[in-house]
Design a binder for this molecule. Structure first.
Ligand SMILES: *Cc1c(COP(=O)(O)O)cnc(C)c1O
Length: 349
């Protein structure tokens, strides 16, 4: 625990960047760049908190082999902390997981265990842990309780202190993506605790249960379909999602998310992943609403991960074309908003 806490104390804060906007003054857009965490995504903090929680509970001891069912940013971050503690780490991944995704986990010292069908990876990881007296993190179930949302190192505290340093009050809105739900829950709880008055909007891609579940006020909603936007969207509402601190759920078409990740790069030079595209689209929606209602203030969106991982997918025109995604419509909406402040896009869903 000392190692992990010292590592946390030594970690520099992530930057808050400005997104340049035209249009009427009074509203500003900031990017909280969590792609600059040591393992390249906002999963870095929750992964460390899962280790701290398991250590506190006595579930990890010397030599305990560690297991998770995850193939993306969570697995990369957990492999990093396992190596820091000198423990073996195995990520049970769907069989179709590509070599680039596996390599990111292996570069951090983790092992990948491919398994099918994809929905059985959770049971498989639990089974492998039990068979070797190891520990199964089960992040989707446990991260909500494990994460430190109220401390000075929490994401909510970081965003408020970034704005304070710029002489600015708490933002009007914060926009984040939802996978496990822990990021929006942690930020929302912190801002409510501080009485900041900030509202929380989350963005939801196609095939995900968060928007339909929220719109129908039915947390048991399931889609049974995987999201096509890496990092966000789930076939069911996960336990870490805290609807009581979320003010708005914005459905974002997948083409709009991809167009927006490219627009983000074109305007700021920041190459981020597709969940950041979803957030940018949602942030424009919220900024437009603020302007229509005459509200002043800042919108902060969370950049969830970097884009290098997606060079051969979302950033590759041939890959996009093979998916049948037409980007020019949403791209011109985004370009018009950035250049003139006029949105005029009807929400999907
Ligand atoms: C996990 C993830 C999210 C969503 O975060 P949760 O805290 O799981 O809701 C957003 N973007 C990226 C890139 C992620 O990896």
């Amino acid at each position: 625990m000392d190692l992990l806490l010292a590592d946390r104390a030594a970690e520099p804060p992530t930057p808050l960047r400005v997104f340049p906007l035209a249009g009427p003054p009074g509203a500003a857009l900031y990017l909280k760049d969590e792609s600059r965490r040591p393992t390249g995504s906002l999963k870095h903090g929750p992964a460390r908190d899962l280790f701290l929680d398991a250590l506190r509970c006595g579930e990890i001891g010397p030599g305990t082999p560690l297991f998770e069912a995850a193939s993306g940013n969570m697995a990369v971050a957990q492999a990093h902390f396992a190596r820091l503690l000198g423990l073996s780490y195995t990520a049970v991944v769907p069989g179709k997981t590509g070599p680039d995704k596996r390599r990111r986990i292996e570069e951090q010292g983790g092992r990948c265990h491919p398994f099918d069908p994809p929905l059985a990876v959770y049971q498989k990881a639990r089974f492998l842990a039990e068979a070797s007296s190891g520990h199964y993190f089960d992040h989707l179930q446990r991260v909500g309780d494990a994460v430190d949302w109220s401390g000075p190192d929490s994401l909510g505290a970081g965003i408020l202190s970034d704005l304070e340093k710029r002489g600015e009050p708490a933002p009007a809105w914060i926009v984040a993506g939802v996978g496990s739900g822990v990021t929006s829950a942690a930020i929302g709880r912190y801002l409510r605790m501080r009485g900041a008055g900030t509202r929380i909007a989350v963005v939801d891609p196609e095939n995900s249960a968060y928007f339909p579940g929220w719109a129908a006020d039915f947390p048991g909603y399931t889609t049974g379909m995987p999201s096509r936007i890496e990092g966000i969207g789930r076939p069911c509402v996960e336990p870490a999602f805290d609807a009581s601190v979320v003010d708005l759920v914005i459905p974002v078409p997948d083409v709009a998310s991809v167009a927006a990740m490219r627009h983000l790069r074109a305007i700021t030079g920041l190459m981020a992943g597709p969940s950041s595209g979803s957030c940018l689209w949602g942030a424009f929606h919220v900024l437009d609403r603020m302007r229509r209602e005459g509200e002043r203030g800042a919108v902060v969106m969370v950049v969830g991960d970097g884009g290098e991982t997606y060079r051969d997918t979302y950033y590759d025109d041939a890959w996009i074309e093979a998916k049948g995604w037409q980007l020019h419509g949403p791209l011109s909406d985004l370009e018009r908003f950035t250049a003139t402040g006029t949105w005029g896009v009807t929400p999907a869903g």
